[in-house]
Design a protein around this ligand. Structure first.
Ligand code: IPE
Ligand code: IPE
Ligand code: MG
Length: 247
């Protein structure tokens, strides 16, 4: 039985989020520059996106560049942005062929103009696709997102379209970048790091977390299937007891 056949199609997560980590270490192991790792990471992105669409995963969110990543050496930031522009441009026809819709979350206005324009163009060109939504987290951090949500809510209180007593969890969810996206049932992080790094802090409240030592450029279809199988073998209790779930 192949790994893919071990996946139960009736228990697929609707939304998988991935912290793609380890490109730099992968390159270093090969005696290459960090950007070589990022370039090879794109191949893993392609493969994972295709696998998710084939399986019928409705949402796949990829953490591609964090707010904190702006603090990397300027040369690496520039190279990453160029790689992004190039990849989005080159991959748009494939996204359309595979019926994949592109979206982005994060402080997109902080991206270089060519990057922002390319992104908006690809989002527009793929907006009617229905198989899978690929969400790129770009210049994203959860604290930035939550801070923005709080500002928007405060403005509504100031102009009296909302009262403090009306605020509930749905109000906050509705003001996040992911307002129209279900919470991820599964979050994968590669490269052996066991941390969240400011990713989807609100949305991950009850997600299953899966950590693998595999470095992102080595993460392929089979690794993705393994993570889904692991997820399918877990018991999600949401605070209840095991016995309550059975009855
Ligand atoms: C992940 O790989 C890609 C981005 C954060 C853009 P890293 O570049 O963080 O690789 P490591 O963690 O240094 O190996
Ligand atoms: C997290 O990876 C951000 C992305 C994958 C884009 P980092 O490699 O930047 O995370 P830390 O700083 O090591 O936690
Ligand atoms: Mg890293």
């Amino acid at each position: 039985m192949s790994l893919k056949e071990k996946i139960n199609p009736a228990k697929l997560p609707q939304h998988i989020a991935i912290i793609m980590d380890g490109n730099g270490r992968w390159a270093k192991q090969k005696g290459a520059e960090r950007i070589y790792g990022h370039e090879n990471g794109v191949k893993s992105v392609r493969e994972t996106v295709e696998a998710a669409a084939e399986l019928g995963i409705k949402y796949l969110t990829l953490y591609a560049f964090s707010t904190e990543n702006w603090n990397r050496p300027q040369e690496e930031v520039m190279a990453l942005m160029q790689l992004l522009v190039h990849t989005i441009n080159a991959e748009t026809p494939t996204l359309n062929k595979n019926n994949i819709r592109l979206q982005a979350i994060g402080n997109l206005k902080s991206l270089p103009k060519d990057c922002f324009d390319e992104l908006q163009d690809a989002i527009a060109k793929t907006q009617h696709n229905t198989q899978t939504t690929l969400v790129l987290a770009l210049s994203y951090s959860a604290r930035w997102e939550i801070t923005n949500a709080m500002k928007e809510i405060a403005e509504k209180i100031e102009n009296k379209t909302l009262t403090a007593s009306q605020i509930n969890e749905e109000t906050i969810t509705a003001h996040l970048c992911t307002a129209s996206i279900p919470e991820p049932e599964l979050m994968i992080r590669t490269s052996g790091e066991h941390r969240i790094s400011n990713f989807l802090l609100w949305q991950l409240a009850y997600s299953e977390l899966y950590f693998t030592d595999t470095l992102w450029p080595d993460f392929k279809r089979e690794n993705f299937y393994e993570a889904i199988i692991d997820y399918q073998n877990r018991e999600r209790r949401f605070g209840k007891t095991s016995e309550q779930l059975i009855s």
